[in-house]
Write a protein that binds this ligand. Structure first.
Ligand code: PLP
Ligand code: COI
Length: 348
C-alpha cells in the first residue's frame, strides 16, 4: 500500500483520550485451528454472532501501545514484543489461541503505517494509541471456549489520559471494591477485569479523585494498582519501590521506569509488598504509570475517610518523578539515545 504522507487537520495538542475513527484497522481470523491471512479493512463496526463467547462470558483480551513521531521524523513503537508476549499469556489463560508474534507485530505496523495521517507530529504531546484485541466469536450457548477468534488492531490519536495538561499531579481514592483475587485474572489484560472496575472508578471520581486505587483483596493492606495503571513510589530513603502482587497487570511502563531508575540514575529499586497505611509517611513521591497514563504523579490519596497528601501541597510534581518522566518521554520521542534498545521503528 502507498502511504499518504499528509497529516489530518486535527488540533493535536488539544486531544484527550477518546476514540477517533481512523481510516484503517487490521483484522485476522482464527478458524478450524489456524490463522487465516489477515488484512487491513476500513469498516470499524464488527458483525458478531449474538451467542459469541466474548459477549457473554468475556472470552476476550486486549493490549495498549503507542506509536510516536520522533524528533528526527521516525515513527516508533515502544517495546512491542512485550505487548505480544503479554497478549499471548492472557490468551492462554482464557483458552484462546496465541497470536504469533510475527503476526502481532506485522498487524500493528500495518495499522500504524496505513493511518500515517493520524499519527500526531513530533512536539504535539500527543501519540497514536494502538489497541490490539483478541475476541471469541461465532455461535455458542454453554460455557465453553469459542471455536473462532478475531484478532483486530485499531488505532486512535490521543492526548493525556488524565484530565490535566502535561505533567500535573493526579489523585487516587482507595476503592472499597476488590479488583482481583490473588489467584484470579488480575495479572492478565482481560476485559472482564475492567467491567468490575467501572463502578469503582465512578465512586473514586465522585470523591473528586482521578481514579480508583486498589489494595490487595486478601488483607486490604497492601497497594495493588490503580484502575488503569501500576504504581511506583519514591521513598524518603531515596529508594524507588513498586508493589509485588500476583493480582496486578505486569506493566511495561513500570518495568521500564524501574530500569531507568536503577540503570540510568543508579537509584536503589525494589519490587515488594507496600503497606499503604503503615508506610504512607515514608512516601516522598508517588506515580501511576502505564501506556495511557505515562508517568502521572499522584499528589493525594483518599483512604480511611480522608485525603492524605503525598508531597508538597498535593498538586506539585516532585523532582524524582519529574526526572523519571523526562527520561522516559525523551527516550520514547527519540530525543536521547535509545540506550536500552527499546524503540522499534515502523518503516513508512
Ligand atoms: N494496570 C492496568 C490495570 C492497566 O490497564 C494498564 C494499562 O495497560 C497498566 C497497568 C499499565 O501497563 P502498561 O505499562 O503495560 O501499559
Ligand atoms: C493502557 O494504558 O494502554 C490501557 O490499556 C489502560 C486503559 C484502561 C486505557
Amino acid at each position: 500500500m502507498d502511504v499518504n504522507l499528509s497529516k489530518k487537520p486535527l488540533k493535536w495538542a488539544e486531544l484527550g483520550f477518546q476514540y477517533i475513527k481512523t481510516d484503517f484497522r487490521y483484522s485476522a481470523v482464527f478458524q478450524d485451528g489456524d490463522w487465516l491471512p489477515g488484512s487491513l479493512i476500513s469498516e470499524e463496526n464488527m458483525l458478531i454472532h449474538e451467542g459469541a463467547p466474548s459477549l457473554h462470558y468475556a472470552q476476550q483480551c486486549f493490549e495498549g501501545m503507542k506509536a510516536q513521531t520522533t524528533q528526527d521524523g521516525r515513527v516508533v513503537l515502544f517495546r512491542p514484543a512485550l505487548n505480544s508476549e503479554r497478549m499471548n499469556r492472557t490468551a492462554s489463560r482464557l483458552l484462546m489461541p496465541e497470536v504469533p508474534q510475527a503476526l502481532f507485530i506485522a498487524a500493528v505496523e500495518e495499522a500504524v503505517r496505513a493511518n500515517y495521517g493520524w499519527i500526531p507530529p513530533y512536539g504535539s504531546g500527543a501519540a497514536l494509541y494502538i489497541r490490539p484485541m483478541l475476541i471469541g466469536v461465532g455461535e455458542n450457548l454453554g460455557l465453553k471456549p469459542a471455536q473462532s477468534f478475531e484478532f483486530r488492531v485499531f488505532v486512535s490519536p490521543v492526548g493525556p489520559y488524565y484530565k490535566s495538561a502535561g505533567l500535573a499531579a493526579i489523585s487516587l481514592a482507595v476503592s472499597d471494591f476488590d479488583r482481583a483475587a490473588p489467584q484470579g485474572t488480575g495479572s492478565y489484560k482481560a476485559g472482564a477485569n475492567y467491567a468490575g472496575g467501572l463502578l469503582a472508578t465512578l465512586k473514586a471520581q465522585e470523591l473528586g479523585a482521578s481514579e480508583a486505587l486498589y489494595l490487595d483483596s486478601a488483607s486490604h493492606r497492601f497497594i495493588d494498582e490503580a484502575g488503569s495503571a501500576n504504581i511506583v513510589i519514591a521513598l524518603t530513603s531515596g529508594e524507588l519501590v513498586t508493589p509485588s502482587s500476583q493480582a496486578i497487570l505486569p506493566s511495561i511502563t513500570r518495568r521500564s521506569v524501574m530500569e531507568i531508575a536503577s540503570q540510568q540514575f543508579e537509584m536503589p529499586t525494589q519490587e515488594r509488598a507496600i503497606d499503604l497505611r503503615a508506610e504512607f509517611d515514608s512516601f516522598a513521591e508517588m506515580s501511576a504509570c502505564g501506556t495511557a497514563a505515562v508517568l502521572s504523579p499522584v499528589g493525594r490519596v483518599y483512604f480511611d475517610s480522608k485525603w492524605h497528601i503525598v508531597n508538597g501541597d498535593g498538586y506539585t510534581v516532585g523532582p524524582v518523578m519529574q526526572k523519571l518522566y523526562d527520561s522516559l518521554v525523551q527516550l520514547q520521542r527519540g530525543e536521547v539515545e535509545d540506550r536500552f534498545g527499546w524503540l522499534h521503528e515502523v518503516e513508512m
